[in-house]
Design a protein around this ligand. Structure first.
Ligand code: ASP
Length: 299
């Protein structure tokens, strides 16, 4: 089977001066993980590792660099899914962790459950020895300044599609040499979200989905609308009946028309064809093409 790796770093009106940082982040994730995928790591390991790199990068709204909620705190959501048997792990509203996607992976493999939230997820992280960080480690000056700027603004809306409102969730989709698919998504959610708010990203079928029979998808954008149309599952289901590109376009059309929302997605179908689509001004994403060349894009 061909090996495939595609990642994203959010879909929104990314200001031009932030293009380079987004492209570098996407590039780094691909150039670090693709050789490992070639050397034989699984699709599941590849998506976790790629998302880990993006979580470390303060450019993105995931791990370090995440938005602050209305209490001035960072709460993180993540999911990882295995296309071999539809098993998945997810966490929501977790704090003080750099790699929520790895906690999600541990939920998948070490518990009888699929999703843990809040203080239960936190206790599980402690129990498995995951390092809890001082909250300032995840906090960037950029996000602190942004929080102070929007905190008291009565006109602030967390979901206007065509204004430069940040939306830098990260995600990855991979196919390994055995033809197995996996997807992962990690986010700090939306700026000034209510404490306890959980968006689409950790919700199976909304923020990500992976099924070896159809395809694997990771999404980004306005979570409240993405959940309505289960965007990732909608696109995976469509991949069974049409080509990967058309399936991605269909997903964004459903998001716009039925969900009245906006966002973007990346995917790979069961045949190894890539797909992406978005209805925001820009999306940051990249993939490794069939010749093994890294392609990073922002537009
Ligand atoms: N989908 C994420 C959320 O609503 C935000 C994003 O993709 O940037 O939590």
């Amino acid at each position: 089977m061909p090996i495939r790796l595609i990642v994203h770093g959010g879909a929104w009106s990314i200001p031009d001066e932030m293009d380079a940082a987004h492209l570098n982040g996407v590039q780094k994730a691909l150039e670090t993980v693709y050789p490992a995928l070639q050397a034989g790591i699984s699709a599941l390991q590849a998506v976790e590792q790629a998302v880990n790199i993006l979580e470390e990068d303060p450019t993105f709204d995931a791990g370090r660099g995440a938005f602050l909620n209305d209490q001035g705190e960072i709460e993180l959501d993540a999911i990882i899914m295995d296309g071999r048997d539809l098993s998945f792990g997810a966490v929501a509203a977790v704090q003080n962790l750099l790699h929520p996607v790895s906690l999600a992976q541990q939920v998948m493999v070490k518990t009888d459950h699929s999703m843990l939230v809040g203080k239960g997820a936190q206790a599980f992280a402690r129990a498995i020895g995951m390092e809890e960080l001082d909250p300032t480690v995840l906090l960037t000056e950029r996000e602190l300044a942004y929080y102070h700027q929007i905190k008291e603004d009565p006109n602030f809306k967390s979901h206007h599609p065509f204004e430069p409102l940040p939306s830098d969730t990260v995600g990855a989709v991979a196919m390994d040499k055995d033809g197995n698919l996996a997807a992962a998504t990690s986010t700090g959610g939306t700026p000034r979200k209510m404490a306890g708010r959980v968006g689409d990203s950790p919700i199976i079928g909304a923020g990500a989905y992976a099924d070896n029979q159809t395809g694997a998808v990771s999404t980004t954008g306005w979570g409240e609308s993405i959940m309505k149309v289960l965007l990732a599952k909608t696109v995976c289901d469509r991949m069974e009946h049409t080509n990967a590109e058309e399936a991605a376009r269909f997903g964004v059309q459903v998001l716009r028309e039925k969900g009245k929302g906006y966002g973007g997605l990346i995917g790979v179908n069961a045949q190894g064809d890539y797909s992406f689509a978005y209805n925001t001004e820009k999306m940051a994403w990249g993939w490794v093409d069939t010749r093994g060349t890294i392609q990073a894009r922002i537009k």
